[in-house]
Design a binder for this molecule. Structure first.
Ligand code: IFM
Length: 441
């Protein structure tokens, strides 16, 4: 049985839901520019309006309140509070997160504040972005600003969401901004993100001694596409970039063996101590296993592969394997020795309202049932799992897929911005309610 204080939450991120891209002095982010380039995003979608959460956050808090969630993980848009990435803060942007945090607390929902979910200020990209070592200082200053402002009300701070995704997709595979396929740039970025994490942990602790700080890592088994030895080596390398390049230096104080030599040119004396700062918990995002195949022509020597047709897959083609989730939780808990929170898990689909205007999403309900049951199995096997957040509260801007792939518990009718809780939202509310009622007579 899960502990009584187990946290049941939902997650979102700034660029994916806020919209209001030019409101109240927000500066441009790398995603604003990248999304506008034809061919980058399905259907030419952008995050300009998204779910208009910037104006509708009260309604969104009410939705969470009705669902009964205990915690909400959101991210602060760095360019909304520091339009140039550093220098003068934007009071109107800061005030938005005051309103959001106050609204959450009034509804009895704990805010989990993430500092970085990929929307780097464009002004910093123009100075080299994650390739510039100075960014660790820019990031620490930003972390200080945010911690100082909200630390009286927020205790849970996240330095980064999925650093391996935005680094590999942005610098290795050219699927995200800055759209590069350059091994050296990727290795440089990995190291500077790790330095920023360490500097950010220190900055948050200086401002908020009671803070509980963590970083969120996607952890997913990396599988070879075929039985060939080349594909096996490709999967091992993808595993190093995807599952290890960040948690190992941050928590264990070293880079994975397969990457150490590649990153070495960017490492200065004392850097690993700067990176390995004490954290309070470990965030795991997990959806499915991932696949790799050898590709001698690719800058990294491997290519990302779609899940093969002979495995069970979700409507958007991701492998369904709850046992892999269970094993990941057991392994992460053992390996890193920190309390584990599942900060994202959920299912993508392309559903639409039925003739009664209801959203029936049985595949998502089945997914959530299977994955929460796997989580219980991991806990029973000794994994120190303390919370679970569904991705996502709302349908939202799903990066390269635009609005085509829906992950929300709540459906968003984009033309009207009407929110409709799906069958899965009702299921999640019942689960939370029954957990809360456990042992209450
Ligand atoms: O939407 C993303 C989120 O931004 C990061 N983790 C995976 C989700 C689904 O693809």
């Amino acid at each position: 049985m899960l502990p009584r204080d187990f946290v049941w939450g939902v997650s979102t991120s700034s660029y994916q839901i806020e919209g209001a891209a030019q409101a109240d002095g927000r500066g441009p982010s790398i995603w604003d520019l990248y999304a506008k380039v034809p061919g980058h995003i399905a259907n030419g979608d952008t995050g300009d309006v998204a779910c208009d959460h910037y104006h509708r956050y009260r309604e969104d808090i009410a939705l969470m309140h009705r669902m009964g969630v205990g915690a909400y993980r959101f991210s602060v848009a760095w360019p909304r509070v520091l339009p140039q990435g550093r220098g003068a803060p934007n009071e109107a942007g800061l005030a938005f997160y005051d309103r959001l945090i106050d609204g959450l607390l009034a509804a009895g929902i704990e805010p989990w504040l993430c500092l970085y979910h990929w929307d780097l200020p464009q002004a910093l990209q123009e100075e080299g972005g994650w390739q510039n070592r100075e960014i660790a200082h820019w990031y620490a200053d930003y972390a200080t600003l945010v911690a100082k402002r909200y630390g009286d009300r927020v205790r849970r701070f996240v330095t980064f969401n999925e650093p391996s995704v935005f680094s590999l997709f942005g610098y290795g595979l050219a699927w995200h901004p800055p759209g590069m396929k350059d091994a050296a740039a990727l290795h440089q970025a990995i190291h500077h993100i790790n330095l920023a994490h360490g500097a950010g942990v220190d900055a948050i602790r200086t401002e908020v001694p009671r803070a509980l700080v963590g970083c969120i890592h996607n952890v997913q088994p990396s599988r070879p596409l075929t039985d060939s030895t080349e594909d096996a080596a490709a999967a091992e390398l993808l595993d190093a970039y995807w599952n290890r390049a960040f948690p190992e230096p941050q928590v264990l104080g070293h880079y994975p063996e397969l990457l150490a030599k590649r990153i070495e040119p960017y490492v200065q004396a004392g850097d690993l101590e700067r990176i390995q700062r004490p954290v309070d918990w470990f965030g795991v995002n997990h959806y499915s296993p991932i696949f790799a195949r050898a590709d001698a022509a690719a800058p990294l020597g491997f290519a990302w592969a779609d899940a093969p047709a002979n495995v069970r897959r979700s409507p958007i083609g991701w492998q369904l394997d709850p046992e892999a989730f269970r094993d990941v939780l057991i392994e992460v808990s053992r390996r890193y020795g920190l309390p584990v929170y599942v900060t994202e898990n959920g299912a993508g689909a392309n559903e639409a309202p039925d003739q009664n205007g209801q959203i029936l999403d049985p595949e998502r309900v089945d997914y959530l049932k299977a994955y929460t049951s796997a989580l219980r199995d991991a806990f029973a096997a000794g994994a120190d799992v303390r919370g679970y957040f569904v991705w996502a509260l709302l349908d939202n801007f799903e990066w390269g897929a635009g609005y085509a792939n829906r992950f929300g518990l709540v459906y968003v009718d984009y033309p009207t911005q009407r929110r409709i809780p799906k069958e899965s939202a009702h299921w999640y509310a019942r689960l939370i309610h029954s957990e809360a009622m456990r042992g209450v007579s």
